[in-house]
Design a protein around this ligand. Structure first.
Ligand SMILES: [Zn+2]
Length: 96
């Protein structure tokens, strides 16, 4: 994913549906609203599964698709802000 092949985790910026709470869109109005809108987020991706239960997302690296656990670090207000942050901190920006 990046030049530090031995790292267990890395940062990316990607548009995701931000989870609001554990109740989910069926039981929570706020979740329902948020499930309709993707936001640009700074994510910490874990390359090896850990003992902590985390949300997962599918990512394409080296031509193969794989599921990775992640933590949500930060959300951005818009694409510009996300791209600027990616440039500034040399974080991989994933378009979709
Ligand atoms: Zn909720």
């Amino acid at each position: 994913m990046d030049s530090q092949g031995k790292e267990d985790s890395g940062h990316i910026i990607k548009q995701i549906f931000v989870p609001h709470c554990a109740r989910g869109p069926k039981r929570c109005e706020k979740c329902k609203q948020m499930a309709e809108e993707k936001k640009y987020c700074l994510l910490q991706i874990y390359f090896h599964g850990g003992k902590v239960t985390r949300p997962v997302l599918e990512l394409e690296t080296d031509d193969k698709r794989q599921w990775y656990e992640f933590d949500l670090i930060k959300t951005f207000n818009d694409e510009n802000e996300a791209k600027m942050y990616a440039n500034e901190h040399e974080i991989r920006f994933i378009e979709n």
